[in-house]
Design a protein around this ligand. Structure first.
Ligand SMILES: Nc1ncnc2c1ncn2[C@@H]1O[C@H](COP(=O)(O)OP(=O)(O)OP(=O)(O)O)[C@@H](O)[C@H]1O
Length: 398
């Protein structure tokens, strides 16, 4: 969808508070929607997605705290980002995603503390997750377009995910990378929490993959290069994502990928984690073999699974749950012959049982398969980031 089309659509949308009314269709949280027992709700989600349902998924939380009395109160909300940063980020975002046919660039954005629902025109629903719905929205004053995620506090409470959400907000709102979905701010009322997210114009990568079956080597390599750049950024900030998979990747208006869903991510300066999390097909051996230790290298394993799935159309260890686990701990996979030797080499270097022997991210970026398909082209962007650092942005393949 082009920016002009979005603009045209937005011109037609009107505020529909009814959409945000709990009685008007926000799905009810399932009684057992806690992360430790999410298979039903995950299957629900899969059934909404294109293509056959993925292998039954497993999310296990070892830290299963009792949040029965945990209410959302203003004092418990993560601190709002400073107004100046929010303003810069939004302006930068708008500048980036708009060219000559730009939407209005916001001149002044309020701080998170000042956000409220009345400031937004609510447009069409973009999708539905386990705990809420996401709507296209436009900030009335400045006209910036975003995705507004609406979560019901009662459902969050019932699902015992308030702590997870707080962590997600805290981590994601501090991330600024072209391949990571921005969280511009959040606010809440008595019943709901609202997340103001960057709008990913092309939607879900998972759906795209299911539609085409598998990606071309070029397209897969460009996505993996973007993933590696984003993960490198995250790991430098001591953030481990821990749930990398196509379902958690959105696609921006220019075809660039945007890692989203930081619900399982952790800030791990000491790299010592005991929580088992993520999706079975993507779980690394160190999370299955009983050791209570894992670090950022879990994301390298997931990157290997992702590379495989992009090129083959199915995850490498997809099997019955017991067999999948057995195969993961041995890295027992078969790479089909149609996968190029260079791509197979990268997959094998990522899907290594011993975490320390996995190829590091800076070497992924220089791997022959990546260089073959994503060699910096004339005009390749080296983007100056607001924090002063430079990020290489790879062009996206479509
Ligand atoms: N920023 C966004 N831009 C465009 N579409 C989005 C955006 N965020 C979410 N969506 C759409 O809304 C759907 C629901 O998103 P949501 O984040 O609530 O759930 P999810 O990540 O799919 O699932 P879960 O509840 O398991 O985290 C997504 O699958 C996607 O299609």
């Amino acid at each position: 969808m082009s920016l002009r089309e979005i603009e045209a659509r937005l011109a037609r949308i009107s505020v529909n508070e009814e959409n945000l009314n709990p009685s008007s269709g926000l799905h009810k949280a399932k009684a057992n929607a806690a992360p430790s027992t999410t298979s039903n709700s995950l299957q629900d989600k899969q059934s909404q997605q294109t293509g056959p349902p993925r292998h039954p998924l497993l999310k296990i939380a070892v830290h299963n705290q009792n949040h029965a009395n945990n209410q959302w109160r203003p004092s418990e909300m993560p601190p709002p980002s400073p107004p100046r940063k929010a303003q810069d980020a939004l302006s930068e975002q708008q500048r980036k995603s708009n060219n000559s046919d730009a939407l209005t660039v916001p001149r002044s954005m309020p701080s998170s503390r000042e956000f409220h629902l009345g400031m937004f025109e609510i447009g069409r629903p973009l999708g539905k997750g386990k705990f809420g719905r996401v709507y296209l929205a436009k900030e009335r004053k400045n006209g910036f377009v975003c995705a507004l995620k609406v979560l019901h506090k009662s459902e969050l409470q019932q699902g015992k995910v308030e702590k997870q959400l707080r962590r997600e907000i805290e981590i994601q709102s501090n991330l600024r990378h072209p391949n990571i979905l921005r969280l511009f701010g959040h606010f809440h009322d008595s019943k709901r929490v609202f997340l103001i997210l960057e709008f990913a114009g092309q939607g879900e990568l998972y759906k795209m993959l299911r539609k085409v079956g598998r990606f071309s080597e070029r397209r897969a390599a460009e996505y993996i290069a973007q993933m590696a750049a984003a993960l490198q950024y995250l790991h430098k900030k001591h953030v481990i994502h821990r749930d990398i998979k196509p379902e958690n990747i959105l696609v921006g208006i220019h075809g660039e990928i945007k890692i989203s869903d930081f619900g399982w991510s952790v800030h791990a300066p000491n790299s010592r984690r005991t929580t088992m999390c993520g999706t079975l097909d993507y779980l690394p051996p160190e999370m299955l073999n009983g050791s209570n230790y894992h670090n950022e290298k879990v994301d390298l394993w997931s990157l290997g699974v992702l590379t495989y799935e992009f090129l083959v159309g199915a995850a490498p260890f997809e099997d019955s749950p017991v067999e999948t686990q057995r195969r993961i701990v041995k890295a027992d996979m078969k790479i089909p012959d149609f996968v190029s030797p260079e791509a197979a080499d990268l997959i094998k270097k990522l899907l290594v049982v011993k975490p320390d022997q996995r190829i590091p991210l800076d070497e992924v970026a220089k791997h022959p398969w990546i260089l073959k398909h994503c060699a910096p082209k004339p005009g390749a962007n080296i983007t100056k980031r607001s924090g002063g650092s430079t990020e290489k942005s790879y062009s996206s393949a479509n």
